[in-house]
Ligand binder design. Structure first.
Ligand SMILES: *[C@@H]1O[C@H](CO)[C@@H](O)[C@H](O)[C@H]1NC(C)=O
Ligand SMILES: *[C@@H]1O[C@H](CO)[C@@H](O)[C@H](O)[C@H]1NC(C)=O
Ligand SMILES: [Ca+2]
Length: 488
C-alpha cells in the first residue's frame, strides 16, 4: 500500500506535475471595505493594492464569519462558523466572543487548523502578527500546525505598564521576546511604531528562506496597524490625506507592494497564491482618526450590517488568475481554508461540518457558486444573504446603555427600526433588503414586496390565484431557507 502510494507520487513527479503553490494570506485588522482605492476610496492612497487588484481579481461580495477579531480568525483557520469551533458566547444574547488578555479559553484541540492539514502536503507554516486564539501554552500557534511565529497573542492595547495588568507579550516561536510599549515601542502621542516594518522584514526573510530550501510555504501575515491604537513608522507619518489611520494604510500598502515584488524577484510569483482581506469591518467607534471606512455600507465592526461583515478582498496569482477580474461570488473568510486545501491537493476533513467552499472555480473560471452567507453575532444568527437578498432575523446596533456612554457602532447613521438600540426580533417575518438596489440597508422591502421577490426569483408567481394568504418561497436549494410572506 505504502509502496503503491509512493509509486504514484513518483509517477506524478516523473510526469512533471507542478508542486503545490505557496500560500500567502494577507489578513488586515479592522480594515474596511471602503479603505482601498480599488473599492472607491476617494483619496486613492493604495497604489500597490490597486495594482494587485488590476493584476488579479477583486471580490466585491466577500464576507467575514463574525464581525470581531477572534471568532473571525478562528473561522478562517478552521473553515467553520464560530458556533461550531467554539468562538461564541452564551452568556449574553448576540454578544460576540472576544478573547481578551485574561481569557481562560482558546482554540480547542479538537479543531483542525489549516496549517495542521497543510503539513500533510509538506508545507512550512508561519504566522506573523496577531494570533488571537488563546494565550495559554495549549493554545499556542506552534501547537496548532504553525512551525514559526513572530507576533502576539492579542492586540497591541495598552500601555498598562504594571504588574496587575502587564503589557501584551510578543513571541518568537516558543519564546516570549518582549512586550508592546516596553520592548516594541508604540508612541501613542505621535502614533509612531516600527511594527509594520518589522512584520514586513519577517515576511521577506521567511519567503527567501523557503525559496532557498525549495519547500512550499503557508505564510499568514496577520498584521494589526489599522486596529486602534493605529500606528505607522516615521517615514509614513503625515503622508496621508486621511490622518494617522491613512498613514497606517499607506505603510501597509507599501509593504504589500514590497512583498509582491519580492515574490517576482525570486521568480516564484507564478507559484504563490496570494489573498488579501480583513478580519472584520472598520471600527467606526474609532473613526475617522483611529478607524477606517466601510464605504457605502451600514454601520461597522461588531454589527451584522454590511459595514461590519463585508470585507475588501483581492486574489493574486500571476499566470493563473486572469488580470483585472471582478467577481461577485459570495465569498467568506472560511473559504480560504477550503480553497487553500484545494490548492495544496488536499481534501477538507470529512468527519465534521466545514462551512467554507472551494473558490477556485470562481477564481480561475469565473463561475458563480450558489451559496448563502450567514451573519452571526455571538451564537445568534442575525441575518442570511442569498443572492442579492438579505433577510434580517434580528436587528441591533448596541444597547442604549452603551450608546449613552458614547459608544456608537453606526455614527451618523440611523435607519429607523433597523439600527436599533434594543434587540428586535423578526424571526417570523424577516426584514428584507435588496443589496443590489439598496447596499446601505436603508429601505426594508415591505411585506407586499415579497410578491415582487416571489415573481422575480421564480419568474412566475407560485400558486397565483385569489386571494393568496401565505406563500412560502424557497430561496435556495443549498440551504433550506424559507421566507414566510403574508398577504392580506
Ligand atoms: C523606529 O526605528 C528607528 C530607526 O531604527 C528609530 O530611530 C526609532 O526610534 C524607532 N521608533 C520607535 C517608535 O521605536
Ligand atoms: C433614530 O430615529 C428614530 C426615528 O426617527 C428615533 O426614534 C430614534 O431615537 C433615533 N435613534 C437615535 C440613536 O438617534
Ligand atoms: Ca479586527
Amino acid at each position: 500500500m505504502a509502496r503503491a502510494v509512493l509509486g504514484s507520487l513518483c509517477l506524478c513527479w516523473a510526469l512533471g506535475r507542478a508542486a503545490p503553490p505557496n500560500l500567502l494570506l494577507l489578513l488586515m485588522d479592522d480594515m474596511g471595505w471602503g479603505d482601498l482605492g480599488a473599492f472607491g476610496e476617494p483619496s486613492k492612497e493604495t497604489p500597490n493594492l490597486d495594482q494587485m487588484a488590476s493584476e488579479g481579481m477583486l471580490f466585491m461580495d466577500f464576507y467575514t464569519a463574525n464581525p470581531l477579531c477572534s471568532p473571525s480568525r478562528a473561522a478562517l483557520l478552521t473553515g467553520r462558523l464560530p458556533v461550531r469551533n467554539g468562538f461564541y458566547t452564551t452568556n449574553g444574547h448576540a454578544r460576540n466572543a472576544y478573547t481578551p488578555q485574561d481569557i481562560v479559553g482558546g482554540i480547542p484541540d479538537s479543531e483542525l487548523l489549516l496549517p495542521e492539514l497543510l503539513k500533510k502536503a509538506g508545507y512550512v507554516n508561519k504566522i506573523i502578527g496577531k494570533w488571537h486564539l488563546g494565550h495559554r501554552p495549549q493554545f499556542h500557534p506552534l501547537k496548532h500546525g504553525f512551525d514559526e511565529w513572530f507576533g502576539s497573542p492579542n492586540c497591541h492595547f495598552g500601555p498598562y505598564d504594571n504588574k496587575a495588568v502587564p503589557n501584551i507579550p510578543v513571541y518568537r516561536d516558543w519564546e516570549m521576546i518582549g512586550r508592546y510599549y516596553e520592548d516594541f515601542k508604540i508612541d501613542l502621542k505621535t502614533g509612531e511604531a516600527n511594527l509594520t516594518q518589522i512584520y514586513l522584514q519577517e515576511a521577506l526573510d521567511f519567503i527567501s528562506r523557503q525559496q532557498a530550501s525549495q519547500q512550499p510555504f503557508f505564510l499568514y501575515w496577520a498584521i494589526d496597524a489599522t486596529h486602534a491604537p493605529v500606528y505607522a513608522s516615521k517615514h509614513f507619518l503625515g503622508s496621508s490625506q486621511r490622518g494617522l489611520y491613512g498613514d497606517a494604510v499607506r505603510e501597509i500598502d507599501d509593504s504589500i507592494g514590497k512583498i509582491l515584488k519580492h515574490l517576482q524577484k525570486l521568480g516564484i510569483s507564478e507559484n504563490t497564491f496570494v489573498f488579501f482581506t480583513s478580519d472584520n469591518g472598520a471600527a467606526l467607534i474609532s473613526a475617522p482618526k483611529q478607524g477606517g471606512s466601510n464605504g457605502r455600507f451600514l454601520c461597522g465592526k461588531q454589527t451584522t450590517f454590511e459595514g461590519g461583515m463585508r470585507e475588501p478582498a483581492i486574489a493574486w496569482w500571476p499566470g493563473h488568475i486572469p488580470a483585472g477580474g471582478v467577481s461577485h461570488q459570495l465569498g467568506n473568510v472560511m473559504d480560504l481554508f477550503t480553497t487553500s486545501l484545494s490548492l495544496a491537493g488536499l481534501q477538507p476533513p470529512s468527519d465534521r461540518q466545514i462551512d467554507g467552499i472551494d473558490l477556485l472555480p470562481a477564481i480561475l473560471q469565473g463561475k458563480l457558486i450558489d451559496r448563502p452567507i450567514f451573519y452571526y453575532r455571538g451564537n445568534e444568527m442575525m441575518a442570511v444573504r442569498v443572492g442579492l437578498y438579505k433577510a434580517h432575523y434580528w436587528t441591533w446596533s448596541n444597547s442604549w446603555e452603551e450608546y449613552s456612554k458614547g459608544i456608537d457602532f453606526c455614527p451618523g447613521q440611523n435607519v429607523s427600526g433597523v439600527t436599533t438600540h434594543t434587540q428586535e426580533e423578526h424571526t417570523t417575518l424577516p426584514l428584507l433588503f435588496h443589496l443590489g438596489r439598496d447596499p446601505g440597508e436603508k429601505y426594508p422591502l415591505s411585506t407586499l414586496c415579497c410578491y415582487c421577490l416571489l415573481s422575480g426569483h421564480n419568474g412566475k408567481l407560485m400558486g397565483s390565484g385569489s386571494p393568496i394568504s401565505k406563500a412560502v418561497i424557497k430561496l435556495s436549494s443549498f440551504v433550506e431557507l424559507f421566507l414566510l410572506c403574508i398577504f392580506i
